[in-house]
Design a protein around this ligand. Structure first.
Ligand code: SF4
Ligand code: SF4
Length: 399
């Protein structure tokens, strides 16, 4: 079995070192041989593909570095998982691979489809039996898992998760002995990525999700964005509603607390989805049925977004959380979200997106990070370096 490296992404690296730390604890207890990535860049999710037509480039840099190091990638965020998985499928197309490899060559990299990507919940799910053996949940507090959108949408992104009725997180939490409660809102989008375009709307979406839970419940997340929206923003989202304050934990924190101390020697590798998740139907095949519009959280809040544009109406392609509900709901198999993102490329970039894009290009992260060495040492984490993308030759000029 190939060793794996945790791909923490920029949000978790900067804000949630505890998530990476508990993921390391759990994966090590499950027998994974974890290596450190020599260098990484932001996966580019949402930001890069909204501003730059070369949408696979940052993800390809990460896949190629992992391949060079001989490791698979274990992700912690839904968006990193989605972006890296989509890029991996796109790079199986010879034309895209040749073009991307031409650019990668200028920074000493090549990619030959040799890197697997799996989210930490998928990895844990493959070891449910072992989790049952080694874990005892230390509390009776009810837990409710909130599922990251991009980990289960569009259909096929994961070969074990169910898009409409996700179960992986509940299965893991039950395996460690926790009392799992279910709410329909567990699949609602947390709204975090809407913050780049409309922070107030993002806070409203996060508050709605908190309001769906009971005061004694522990909300369990599996994505830095969900944790940001549901936990870190609570001072803002619950300012007028202090009764909505909730405890929120990462799933690996919950599992790590329940581990009895055993170490498991053998492991089963995580697999990539077999089904294609790349766009299939053309936007012209739209039936104007309105299904995408009905499910879109932005449209539900009265903001004309990508679905309106898809249906030939006025809309704002930036007013979107990247929840992928529109793509998932389309009976024609149109990738509504991706088409909307392409529409962004013809428009003036939103300043927050443009700033974040420039940061990825120049610093490798969506926001500039101070020297990580000391920070990671204090947090008990191995060194990690973010590289930049400025040395890539034949890169389109920045717009
Ligand atoms: S446009 Fe699609 S991806 Fe964006 S918020 Fe609406 S449903 Fe989600
Ligand atoms: S769900 Fe699909 S077919 Fe229906 S309006 Fe939206 S894009 Fe068109």
């Amino acid at each position: 079995m190939r060793p794996a490296a945790i791909f923490p992404g920029c949000l978790v690296t900067a804000r949630f070192p505890e998530y990476e730390r508990s993921a390391r604890t759990v994966l090590t207890a499950l027998g994974y041989q974890l290596e450190n990535l020599d260098e990484t860049v932001c996966c580019g999710s949402n930001v890069w593909e909204s501003v730059d037509g070369e949408q696979w480039l940052p993800a390809a840099v990460n896949l190629a570095r992992a391949e060079q190091q001989g490791v698979n990638l274990i992700t912690l965020c839904g968006s990193c998982t989605n972006m890296l998985t989509r890029a991996r499928q796109a790079l199986e197309q010879e034309q895209i691979k040749v073009q991307v490899n031409q650019q990668l060559r200028s920074i000493g990299l090549q990619y030959q489809n040799g890197t697997n990507v799996g989210h930490v919940t998928e990895v844990m799910w493959h070891r449910l039996e072992k989790l049952r053996e080694i874990c005892t949940f230390p509390s009776k507090q009810p837990v409710w898992p909130t599922y990251p959108c991009q980990l289960r949408k569009p259909e096929g992104i994961s070969d074990i998760e169910d898009t409409a009725a996700p179960h992986i997180m509940a299965d893991i939490l039950r395996a460690v002995g926790a009392h799992v409660v279910q709410h329909s809102a567990q699949t609602d989008c947390c709204g975090a990525t809407m913050a780049l375009h409309d922070p107030e709307m993002a806070y409203t979406m996060a508050r709605d999700k908190l309001a769906a839970s009971a005061a004694d419940e522990l909300l369990v997340t599996a994505c830095g964005n969900c944790q940001l929206a549901l936990s870190r923003w609570q001072p803002l989202t619950t300012k007028e509603r202090p009764d909505l304050r909730r405890e929120v934990s990462f799933i690996t924190d919950v599992v790590a607390q329940a581990i009895d101390g055993a170490v498991i020697p053998d492991i089963k590798g995580h697999q990539l989805p077999k089904k294609s998740i790349l766009p299939s139907a053309s936007p012209e095949e739209c039936l104007k049925c309105g299904s995408c519009k009905t499910v879109c959280p932005a449209e539900q809040k009265g903001i004309a977004s990508i679905p309106s544009l898809q249906m030939g109406e006025e809309g704002n392609p930036w007013a979107c959380t990247a929840c992928l509900e529109c793509t998932t709901s389309c009976p024609q198999g149109i990738d509504v979200y991706q088409n909307g993102v392409r529409m962004r490329l013809d428009r003036e970039p939103q300043s927050n997106y443009q700033k974040a894009y420039q940061n990825i290009l120049l610093h490798g992260t969506v926001f500039p990070l101070a020297d990580l060495r000391e920070f990671r040492q204090e947090e008990g984490l191995p060194p990690l370096r973010f590289g930049n993308l400025t040395k890539i030759k034949d890169k389109k000029p920045i717009t």
